[in-house]
Design a protein around this ligand. Structure first.
Ligand code: HEC
Length: 197
């Protein structure tokens, strides 16, 4: 057999082998060096006969708090003063950077319902959700920063809580942006020039 023929056969065999690639197989792939990739483990929420309560997942030791969840600062984390009343003024200064951060967060988390300017006509509302009030309603302008923070944190009536989505610092940033929107809304209502957003 000439060298060329041998070469062609080798190439043909390699090509045929390549055809196998991309095909589905029910067998696990060849895993030459398994390291510790495969080992017995429990998946979240699964059962276990090891513990008395039959659950594989353990509860935190009672009376303990995870290191990053010690929220002792009630003003910052709950927006209330020592007597538990919502504060009038935010603990974070309404600097331009904070307001800008709040605008970004508002667009993500609030505008789907409240609309880009707080006019209450976001996409979710257009598709049938209960309409929220105008954010520049006199009653809401009169409320303190702590109240708005609380509404975001815990929700109110038909509005869901956002505490699990938005960290406290971002909630205060949103409060600063809501104040800015309220000024814009009032100005529009008074028939003055419309801001660009
Ligand atoms: C799923 C839609 C939805 C989202 C998202 C949402 N809201 Fe609301 N919001 C509502 C509805 C509905 C109401 C009216 C609740 C009611 O009176 O039943 C409301 C009410 C409010 C009020 C007025 C509370 C009062 O005292 O009447 C404020 C302030 C507010 N929302 C701020 C926010 C901010 C800030 C965000 C973003 C972090 C946000 N909302 C996200 C639906 C939403």
């Amino acid at each position: 057999m000439s060298k060329v023929k041998v070469y062609l056969i080798v190439v043909a065999v390699l090509l045929l082998m390549a055809c196998q690639r991309g095909q589905y197989s029910s067998k696990p792939p060849v895993h030459l060096v398994p390291d510790m990739d495969h080992q017995p483990k429990y998946k979240p929420q699964s059962a276990s006969s090891f513990f008395e309560d039959g659950a594989a997942m353990r509860l935190p030791v009672s009376g303990t708090v995870p290191a990053d969840r010690l929220h002792e600062d009630s003003l910052f984390y709950r927006g209330v003063d020592q007597s538990g009343k919502p504060v009038r003024i935010s603990p974070l200064k309404a600097a331009p950077e904070l307001i800008a951060a709040g605008e970004g967060r508002f667009r993500i988390y609030c505008s789907p319902c409240h609309g880009g300017r707080g006019e209450g006509q976001g996409t979710v509302i257009k598709r049938g959700f209960i309409p929220p009030p105008l954010l520049w309603e006199q009653r809401l302008i009169a409320e303190g920063d702590g109240y708005i923070f609380d509404v975001i944190s815990r929700g109110v009536r038909n509005m869901p809580s956002h505490a699990h989505l938005v960290p406290a610092s971002d909630r205060w940033a949103i409060v600063a942006w809501v104040r800015t929107l309220q000024q814009g809304g009032q100005a529009r209502q008074a028939g003055q020039s419309t801001p660009s957003n």
